[in-house]
Design a protein around this ligand. Structure first.
Ligand SMILES: *Cc1c(COP(=O)(O)O)cnc(C)c1O
Length: 521
């Protein structure tokens, strides 16, 4: 049965999957949502026998119904290949009484690779299908990991360009170095003076700019998004939950039909929403445990029904979760409002205006699959230490938040169902914080010395992604204010602007060679 995509903000918009992927965001500012969630049409036992790529086909063909199976196969084969350092693509690791679903074996060592290694291929296939002649310009706001994963996916892809905005002082040193060393004529990386929410809001504003869109069209360009607001990101993320369940079943850890809990370190709510879709497709999932860091706006929301971003933005050692506007929550709010776009739009307008909205009791009842909690900086660090000491297993700072929240959940509820914890980044991406938590971060050492020490104590080889950037030259030094984001994009595309750009690059010029600023951790 065909799945069409509706906007969360107005009635009457209904487009095919390939069109939704091309557009990214609906022109009314809403997100595209499937008009129904398809059911898995293979048994759990069958799925358990499949490898990652086969599972991906089974899941994705149910959502991306205007792609042929051949097209999907082609995309999947190009995405989940030797770029990943394991055949399993998303292996499970048992440690300390839970199963860690390692989603960081791709080229940029964060879970964003799971979707961003396939999105460019989906987009090219979608462009061909819709006879798009324009060059596609990917605009991306990143809290650190999406940026590099999107750059890696789109660099050198003919017919596309990519612009990434990241918060200049809001990402880890390794994250920043990964981005600013990106090669490829079609790439641009810009540090903005603001936080992730500023970057994301700026990008959304550019998307909604009708005049700019017209100007772009005239020059043969059109925008799309690589952020998790694009359903081309969301759908591939459903696959690994199905695959993880299959792995547990195949290895005899669970019986077919046995419900598992899923724990997700959450920022923009994309990853956990994918788990929610998996559950609604019929995958036996009990609770969806939403873990936040000290930016605990989602914890408060699930507890009270009041979404309130009016609070201090905290810079934590899990920067990819430092978010106060969780974009994908809109898809859940829309659903809980009975797929009522008008009701949802009113909430989102209130969020845009007053920075908050409060859902009704009946909507709250529709969210009972979710459990929210948070871990403080101290609790997350203690969790890294505990797992290392007890099991010799080193997790990253984001996974530590999830792991810590899972412990709170078990203490609170006594629910001992098997749990899969989404492990969203390699500890090598946040080496200083991770080594600090274990008590081995010597302030005098640079990040790469710590990397080598982490390799010694974890016994895990330094990933290629980290080796590559040790000596790579910085290629992107542009910085801008949030108000200048549109001009930066126009300049990159060679579109004339009336006033001269005066974009500062000065600050980076007085960096010492071989060093780079990052979040003080
Ligand atoms: C992006 C990211 C998250 C948050 O995922 P969302 O889908 O935005 O909720 C968590 N951990 C890491 C390492 C990430 O890169």
């Amino acid at each position: 049965m065909e799945v069409l995509y509706n906007s969360t903000r107005s009635r009457g918009i209904s487009i095919k999957a390939s069109q939704a992927i091309l557009q990214g965001l609906s022109e009314d500012g809403g997100l595209f949502v499937p008009d129904h969630i398809p059911a898995l049409d293979r048994s759990l036992e069958e799925l358990a026998q499949m490898d990652y790529r086969q599972v991906a086909i089974e899941v994705m063909k149910l959502y991306l119904t205007d792609f042929t199976e051949e097209e999907l196969k082609g995309c999947i084969e190009k995405a989940y290949d030797g770029k990943f350092d394991t055949e399993r693509i998303a292996p499970l690791r048992e440690a300390g009484g839970a199963y860690y679903l390692e989603l960081f074996h791709g080229p940029t060592i964060a879970f964003k690779d799971m979707a961003l290694s396939i999105l460019p291929h989906l987009m090219i296939a979608a462009a061909r299908k819709n006879k798009v002649k324009n060059e596609i310009v990917i605009l991306t706001a990143t809290s650190g990991d999406t940026g590099k994963a999107a750059l890696a996916g789109f660099a050198g892809v003919e017919g596309t360009r990519i612009v990434v905005f990241y918060p200049k002082d809001g990402v880890s040193a390794i994250q920043e170095k990964q981005m600013v060393t990106q090669k490829g004529e079609n790439t641009l990386v810009v540090g903005i003076r603001g936080n992730f929410d500023d970057a994301q809001t700026g990008v959304k504003r550019i998307f909604a700019d009708k005049e700019l869109a017209k100007e772009m069209e005239g020059k043969g360009f059109q925008f799309s998004s690589a952020n998790s607001i694009n359903i081309g990101r969301l759908v591939p993320q459903i696959c690994y939950y199905v695959y993880a369940y299959g792995t547990l079943l195949r290895e005899g850890k669970i019986a077919a039909g046995e419900a598992i809990n899923v724990v997700v370190p959450t920022g923009n709510f994309g990853n956990i929403l994918a788990a929610f879709y998996a559950k609604n497709m019929g995958l036996p999932i009990g609770k969806l445990i939403c873990a936040s860091n000290e930016n605990k706006v989602l914890y408060d929301f699930f507890r009270t029904g009041d979404y309130d971003r009016n609070r201090e933005f905290v810079l934590t050692s899990s920067p990819s979760m430092d978010i106060l506007i969780s974009s994908n929550l809109e898809r859940l709010v829309y659903l809980s409002a009975g797929n009522d776009a008008d009701r949802n739009r009113a909430f989102m307008e209130s969020l845009g205006g007053q920075g908050r909205y409060e859902i009704t009791e009946d909507m709250k009842a529709a969210l009972s699959d979710f459990y929210g909690n948070y871990a403080t900086e101290k609790e997350a660090a203690a969790e890294i230490r505990r797992l290392y000491q007890d099991c010799g297993y080193v997790i990253d700072t984001h996974t530590a938040v999830a792991s810590g929240v899972y412990r709170k959940y078990v203490q609170e509820t006594g629910d001992m169902a098997k749990a899969v914890i989404a492990s969203t980044a390699s500890p090598y991406k946040f080496t200083r914080s991770v080594m600090g938590a274990i008590g081995r971060a010597d302030g005098a050492k640079d990040d790469f010395e710590l990397v080598d020490e982490l390799a010694r104590l974890s016994g895990v080889k330094v990933p290629r992604a980290v080796e590559e950037i040790r000596t790579a030259p910085v290629l992107h030094e542009k910085q801008c204010e949030t108000a200048q984001m549109k001009d930066v994009v126009k300049e990159f595309l060679g579109i004339y602007t009336a006033h001269r750009l005066n974009l500062q690059c000065a600050q980076t010029a007085d960096r010492q060679p071989g060093t780079f600023p990052g979040t003080p951790l």
